[in-house]
Write a new protein. Sequence first.
Length: 635
Amino acid sequence: MGSFNSASFVIRPMPNEASPDMSASLRETVEPSVKSREPGGDPLLGTCIGSFRLTRRLGQGGMGAVYLGEHVDIGSRVAIKVLHRRLASSPQVLRRFHMEARAVNLIGHENIVNIIDINPAPPRPYLVMEYLEGEPLSALLARGPVRAEIAVALLAQVCDALEATHARGIVHRDLKPENLILLQRGDGPAFVKVLDFGIAKLLDAEEERGSDTGEGAVLGSADYMAPEQSRGERVDGRADLYALGVIAYQLVTGRLPFVEKNFTALLLAHQTKPPTPPCELCPAVPLAVSHVILRALAKEPEDRYQSASTMRGALQVALDEVRAPSGQALTPPSGRPCVIRSALAIPVLVTAGPGATTEQLTCTDLTRGGLFLSTDLPLPPLLSRVTVALEHPDGELTCECEVVRHVKPEEALAWSMSPGFGVQFVEPSISFKAAVAHLMLGQPLDTLRPPMDAAAEAEVEQVLAPYRERGTEDLYAFLALPPDTGCEELRLRARRACHALERLRERPIAAHLRAKVDTVLARMRKASETLGHPRHRAVYDAERGNFQGVARCLAAGLTITQLEELRRDFLTRRPHTQGPLRVHLATAQAHQQAGLLGHALEAYERALILDPLSVELHKQYLAVCRALNNPERPG
């Protein structure tokens, strides 16, 4: 949608299509070539942009065309994006054009196309990029589904590129097979390059002001668009992971998860319709890989993988589970019984959810990616979450898991195994992984001594120290931000802090330190959830009389209807404030009529502390603020 066709980077002869809109400005923007052109041909072919002669048009898109450029002296080749003349006067298009170059330059990753030069000025803006001699992923998809090993090898590289992209505060927003180019380097798997950051969104607050890719703008490709993106809501890196989930689905099944008759039906399907599991469409798809793909396609961002590196790890774990011989216990082959390893009987504490009773079950099969738990108790629902804990002398090692397999008593009898359920580890810590590896070697956990890093422990103590000093009651103090901070800045600060804390907990540190990190991380996530959403924040601010925070919530999209609804509940719980509120309001109005604006402002502030969700009070307060700033203007 409004972006270049990234498949243009593939060497593929294409006919010279007529471009009458380019001919008028030809002499203004490029150096004419001595070589004559046939009537009706592309007027840019044979001309020079900088030191490069345009020798072939590689592709055409809604914003312009991409050409193969050859250096006139040394013969080196590049790809050059040239913007359509009719779009060169659009500030939004030029900003997006410039944003692509800036986004790619900020990331600087080997799996992302390199931009060499840019001329964003009218009348003929252009980008000079490295020339990629390969084929788009769409060409591979046209040949049918691929094996899980090939799919994971390609997807892992895209995850690496996205991890670097998101770490720089950038969301691609238009990830699709045409934007992924496969290069063959030696005999190994294809090397992936991610292209077309033309509608990439920089998450920094200053970039969002006045941006045409802010909230409410729907940009991207419908087949790969995350539900929140198609609704015009704010997006983050998890929208890219949804698009990658669609691509993964295509790779292993040979088809899209949703094929609808029209654009609207397609968007609604992505928003509401559950996809058919890949392993049902294509039995060759391993169950564990299918499960990873389905999680990436979750409707709500909170239910997907929270980072590209986590999704990459889940894909690799799923593939390892398929390759591991012991993994057969989770997915018994048809017609052949699975046999328990009798030597393995590990006690595991299992908790099905908050408030649930912890049960001690026996692990009868263990892989690097998950375990099988024998039980005669009712089985937890498929795809539900449970917490498993391994008992270690220094404390329990816990990991959240997803239930991926049921073995009912009648199936267990046929397969010569115990009934129970299989789980897959979700983002296991380094300590938990080490414990699993130790157990797989047949060693008891009391002989496991996780490596400790004194420097890492010192770093953790240093990072946690400010949080201990700030306390945890006041979420603004916890984030070290003033109470009138904008919602987006709050979200950004919390997101960065969570990312830093998640990295810390993976360091080789003692269990008690990791527990401290977990405590701070849980509070940080709570702060992000409370202060990052206007409605939740308004409730929190109202309880504390923070009317400036409420004003920020209104600026961030909280509607008057929502505010009035919150106010009714708020005042119902505080009938005792009505008397003082009327006194402060009468005082403020009297001072305002008398021209004592400073006193009026103080009285309005006292009233707003008691009734911070009142739209009328906010209006009157702002009127006095304006009058104080502009004394010659009436308030």
